[in-house]
Design a protein around this ligand. Structure first.
Ligand code: PLP
Length: 399
């Protein structure tokens, strides 16, 4: 086993070798511009884009013409939310979202609030689950758009988007979902789930960085967005700019691979995740699971180790790559807005670690990480809270 061990698959993933292989010809011999309609080089590139688009559409139960390529989920979220806000402003200016959304949704809404839109930010229960009744009550005459993610990137909680989508459909409100963490990991069907707009990003499912897509429903209803980038009229005018053909080919290949291996991979990864969770719960006191115990991504484990600062824990085990709940860019660490929204208390907020498992996680790595967490938590607690933990963990202190 090699160290450091990567267990931060929610942040990004390595590109699958089969994806790299599929992309390579499009940097060299097949370098054409997909918009060059008059010659062979352009046709080859366009053909690759077309078949990639069809492949992605099929994986979502959508149609090829409903897929627009972007630079990633941040751009897809911007296009979906700003595009719908502007496109439907004639009907109303009220938008509903949730406190646990990604910043690329919340900050877009914040921006729209400055431009005269009214934003309702719904709260969740302690597991990060939205209450559909509370959601229904938030809907007004002027509501034009709802943006609720499928799966949360920090705590892995999966929302009941089918129900939320159904309510939106009944009220003729456009429903956008940030599916960045869900795509490739859980089955997605934009028809069955009543989704009008869906954002995804390649680098979260073993594709390259800097490529993503937005699904835009074309019938029942046909969703009309206002483009956010003007230029050559690519992507039916919704996203101008020369297409990144190698990345598009890689995006499609990555998604195809995920869909083909989803059942096997989910079972394997969930088992490893559960093993990690159980080992940590068994060997450490005062540990809490963050997020929903069962309605959760199979690769996600977010836990708080009380009385241990998240960033101190990470510094104490530099051979393990995980993620902390708080951003340490400021002098004072800022607790994550997601954990804050769960109202789990300051102690749990400041001691939360996110483990993200993935395609190359092994049982050996899980056991190694568990061991490192156990020994580091005990050592740090022995230093900071000797009275509370001294008796049980004295052995560890002496190392
Ligand atoms: C990573 C992530 C994003 C941003 O995706 P980029 O492609 O990196 O811009 C948005 N939403 C969620 C839920 C994510 O996990």
């Amino acid at each position: 086993m090699k160290t450091p061990v990567y267990m931060d698959y929610h942040a990004t993933t390595p590109v699958d070798p089969s994806v790299v292989h599929a992309m390579i010809p499009f940097f060299g011999e097949k370098f054409g511009n997909a918009a060059s309609r008059q010659h062979h080089f352009g046709w080859v590139a366009e053909e690759a884009v077309d078949s990639s688009r069809s492949l992605i559409a099929r994986a979502l139960n959508a149609e090829a013409k409903e897929i627009v390529f972007t630079s990633g989920a941040t751009e897809s979220n911007n296009l979906a939310i700003k595009g719908a806000a502007e496109g439907y402003a004639y009907k109303g200016k009220h938008i509903i979202t949730c406190a646990t959304e990604h910043k690329s949704v919340l900050d877009v809404c914040k921006n729209l609030a400055k431009r005269g839109y009214e934003i309702t930010i719904l709260s969740t229960d302690e597991y990060g689950v939205l209450n559909p009744e509370e959601f229904s009550r938030a809907i007004k005459e002027a509501t034009i758009l709802v943006s609720i993610m499928i799966a949360n990137n920090e705590v892995g909680t999966i929302q009941n988007v089918t129900e939320i989508g159904r309510i939106c459909k009944d009220r003729s409100i456009v429903f956008h979902t940030d599916a960045t963490q869900a795509v490739g990991k859980i089955p997605i069907d934009v028809q069955a789930m009543n989704i009008d707009l869906l954002s995804l990003s390649g680098h979260k499912f073993y594709g390259p960085k800097g490529i993503g897509a937005l699904f835009i429903r074309s019938k029942n209803p046909s969703v009309k967005l206002v483009q956010q980038i003007d230029g050559g009229g690519h992507e039916r005018g919704l996203r101008s700019g020369t297409l990144n053909v190698p990345a598009i080919v890689g995006l499609a290949k990555a998604l195809e691979t995920c869909v083909d291996s989803m059942e096997v991979e989910t079972t394997r990864i969930r088992k490893l995740r559960d093993r990690l969770q159980e080992t940590l719960l068994k060997h450490i006191d005062d540990v809490y699971l963050n997020g929903h115990p069962t309605q959760r991504l199979p690769n996600n484990l977010n836990m708080s180790f009380l009385y241990v600062e998240d960033n101190a824990l990470m510094l104490g085990m530099k051979d393990v790559a995980v993620s902390s709940g708080s951003a340490c860019s400021a002098a004072e660490p800022m607790p994550s807005h997601v954990l804050k929204a769960l109202h789990i208390g300051k102690e749990r907020e400041s001691s939360a670690i996110r483990f993200g498992l993935g395609r190359w996680t092994t049982e050996e790595e899980v056991d190694y990480v568990a061991g490192r967490v156990i020994e580091t938590v005990k050592r740090l607690r022995g230093l900071s809270h000797p009275a509370r933990y001294a008796k049980t963990d004295a052995r560890v202190d002496e190392q």
